[in-house]
Write a protein that binds this ligand. Structure first.
Ligand SMILES: [Zn+2]
Length: 423
């Protein structure tokens, strides 16, 4: 795959260059079909609509859709517990569900019979992936869907996937060399780890030409290193386990184009009212996904939308990066952590007076420190090891436990203190 043009062309030019009026017609046509089907087959969706005094007709236009109150991602665990396993949001019987993914919460996401429901192909093409690329997929293949989203989309695009999953860096280096992998997908920090490891092993440069990274922030300084030092065109998208990929970067890398299969608005995180383009607010998405129709799904992620013209020729608006979390939920190494989880960890040891999770960043890696104040006379050592095991168990992340003197953690301090700075 030498001299491949990765920077021009479209995956589906007709859609990607639609005029605004045509895009509205297209989106309203799938919206009507989606709402009608969800009303019939997804009792959870129907309950939401009825509670708002709306029927399918009321949601048949882009403006009408905004009358439906936003459903918060943070509400999903309770809704699903009340109507297991999917909260009434799945439109197909279990025998048609291909996979059930489990995200922290827990939140269960069904994958139905249709292929391409995560809408990731357009973004991968815009990001430089081409048919014939052999791609190392280093996202985890268990529980959460990220690896499967990429895997399926790469296949649809005509790429060959090596499902390595995470871990064993030396093996990843050997495999990438052996199969001449042109593509990498995974977290940006792991891409850095693999590249550095190849240098340490003295095996020469890796054959990567293109990378789609995600699940954590991509600082511009790190992207420059990938692109200028290693010659890897590096792009990212925005998506969640619930809604698939809703935005992706083009060769211009100046914001992420919104996919045509998602109606994305930036809304007031409290009221759910749509905000004018250019203002910061919560990303709320309605996605053309027949098995799991998420209507006005509030991701809890803050962003800004820009509808100015992009030089690449795509006509869709762009979201301008990730600007933090609308609530206290924080993303660490691609996993969300909740204040509730911090409480759960602290409860594993009797005598924890105060606790706080501090998230920092060192050399492009997220670091999580679980700070605790212990009751008088308690031994730090045993408490520390129990808490470290609890962090792994509850948060599915590694984190250091630090016993701090009494009075270090202020009263009423945030349970999760995110001290990371993004360029
Ligand atoms: Zn563009």
């Amino acid at each position: 795959m030498k001299n491949v043009d990765r920077r021009t062309g479209y995956y589906d030019k007709a859609k990607e260059t639609m005029a605004p009026a045509a895009r509205r017609r297209y989106q309203e046509s799938w919206l009507r079909a989606l709402v009608a089907m969800a009303w019939e087959r997804a009792p959870g969706v129907r309950r939401r609509m009825e509670a708002a005094g709306l029927g399918p007709k009321g949601l048949s236009s882009l403006e009408g859709l905004t009358r439906l109150p936003v459903i918060k991602k943070s509400a999903m665990p309770d809704l699903q517990r009340a109507d297991p396993p999917f909260g009434g949001f799945c439109t197909v019987p279990m025998k048609q569900v291909r996979r059930i993914f489990v995200s922290p919460g827990p939140i269960f996401e069904p994958l139905g019979p249709e292929v391409g429901s995560w809408h990731m192909e357009t973004g991968l093409y815009a990001g430089g992936f081409r048919p014939g690329d052999v791609v190392l997929n280093t996202f985890a293949y268990h529980l959460t869907p990220a690896a499967h989203m990429l895997d399926e989309a790469l296949n649809l695009l005509g790429c060959t996937v090596i499902p390595t999953g995470v871990g064993n860096t030396d093996y990843q280096v050997q495999i990438a060399k052996a199969v001449r992998a042109a593509g990498f997908v995974g977290t940006p920090s792991f891409l850095m780890t693999v590249l550095k490891r190849a240098e340490e092993m003295g095996v020469g440069g890796l054959p990567f030409q293109v990378a789609q990274v995600g699940a954590e922030a991509l600082p511009e300084s790190l992207r420059r290193t990938f692109e200028e030092q290693y010659g890897i065109m590096t792009r990212q998208g925005f998506g969640t386990a619930d809604i698939g990929m809703v935005a992706y970067e083009c060769p211009e890398k100046s914001g992420m184009h919104l996919v045509d299969e998602a109606i994305v608005r930036v809304c007031d995180p409290q009221s759910g009212e749509p905000l004018p383009n250019g203002q910061i607010g919560e990303l709320v998405a309605t996605v053309n996904h027949h098995t799991y129709p998420m209507l006005r799904f509030g991701t809890g992620d803050l962003t800004v939308i820009d509808d100015s013209k992009c030089p690449c020729g795509r006509t869709s608006a762009r979201m301008l990066g990730w600007r933090g979390r609308a609530d206290e939920v924080t993303k660490v190494r691609g996993m969300f952590i909740h204040p509730r989880q911090a409480d759960e960890v602290a409860a594993r040891v009797q005598g924890v007076l105060r606790h706080q999770v501090v998230v920092t960043r060192k050399e492009h890696q997220d670091l999580m420190t679980f700070k605790v104040e212990l009751a008088e006379g308690m031994e730090a050592g045993p408490a520390k090891s129990v808490l470290e095991a609890a962090v792994r168990d509850v948060m599915k992340l590694r984190g250091e436990v630090e016993v701090v003197p009494k009075g270090t953690i202020p009263e009423g301090a945030k349970k999760i203190d995110d001290q990371r700075k993004w360029d």
